[in-house]
Write a protein that binds this ligand. Structure first.
Ligand code: CO8
Length: 263
């Protein structure tokens, strides 16, 4: 089965182990409509199977915006049934990014507002340039966040900061977003590509199974009691230890050579 790389609203390229997806609607600052979300969901499915990509990098076209939110003009034309469907699709996308067996990296420059902030937050690693601007301005439109903002933001940055962003209209530039834990790293704009590349390099050189299990357990830790999470960690650790990747990793260390992992 061929992997589809031609999409109306996405630029997709696949390189060794990595799928790059750029949301390509620069005239509306990469706003998310139903078609973009459907395309992203299909791409995620394809990245799981049959592609062997271990990393998905999400970005927005141009340097002005990652994503300036859900497409306000498209939403204005939706019926209440359609809007419910649209919210659910957006939430499905954020859940798919979190549940994916590969690592999702958001590369953010410019506006990451509303649905754009929610999309960046659903990625495993969010790398922002100093010019990034995060915010959840939905209340100004008479709306509330609909792609997970009311649920994920407080888990990510704590209640006082989340409420300041959600109801106090606070917008955070890249550096401040890093300081409050909204993003993983912040770099000057001209270093964004290198920062993404070095993150990819670190992921690709490590054991695929270990990366996949670590992501799964760490994400699950937010959903379960500590004792249950620790039990799950111990079992998975023992399983990894039995696997050929751990045998290779440990031997390589002892033999003072680079490990070579295969799935
Ligand atoms: N939707 C549609 N079009 C947009 C959007 C958007 N979110 N953002 C920008 N655009 C369009 C503008 O209308 C404009 O189009 P045109 O050239 O035809 O006039 C073009 O992009 C460029 O934008 P501006 O001229 O406004 O550029 P500025 O640099 O002056 O301003 C801003 C940039 C500050 C980003 C401004 O465009 C803005 O405020 N955009 C809206 C931001 C926003 O409110 N985002 C939240 C949207 S709601 C949301 O995301 C909810 C998510 C969950 C939804 C669940 C649904 C059911």
């Amino acid at each position: 089965m061929d992997v589809r790389t031609e999409y109306e609203n996405l630029e997709v390229s696949i390189e060794e182990g990595v799928t790059y997806a750029t949301i390509n609607r620069p005239k509306v600052l990469n706003a998310l409509n139903e078609a973009v979300i459907r395309d992203l969901l299909e791409l995620i499915d394809q990245t799981v199977f049959p592609s062997a990509s271990r990393v998905l990098v999400l970005s927005g076209s141009g340097d002005k915006a990652f994503v300036a939110g859900a497409d306000i003009s498209a939403m204005g034309k939706m019926s209440s049934d359609e809007i419910l469907q649209f919210t659910r699709m957006g939430q499905e996308l954020t859940k798919a990014l979190e549940a994916a067996p590969f690592v999702t990296v958001a590369s953010v420059q410019g506006f990451a507002l509303g649905g754009g902030c929610e999309l960046a937050m659903a990625c495993d690693i969010t790398i922002a340039s100093e010019n990034a601007l995060f915010g959840q301005p939905e209340v100004d439109l008479g709306l509330i966040p609909g792609f997970g903002g009311t649920q994920r933001l407080a888990r990510r940055v704590g209640l006082p900061m989340a409420l300041d962003i959600l109801v106090g209209g606070r917008k955070l530039k890249g550096q401040e977003a890093f300081q409050v834990g909204l993003v993983s790293r912040v770099v000057p704009q001209e270093e964004l590509e290198d920062a993404v590349d070095s993150t990819i390099e670190a992921i690709l050189k490590a054991s695929p199974t270990a990366i996949q299990e670590t992501k799964r357990l760490t994400r699950e830790s937010l959903e379960m009691p500590l004792a249950q999470g620790l039990a799950s960690e111990a079992t998975t650790f023992a399983q990894c230890f039995q696997g050929h990747e751990a045998k290779e990793g440990i031997s390589a260390f002892l033999e003072k050579r680079k490990a070579s992992f295969s799935l």
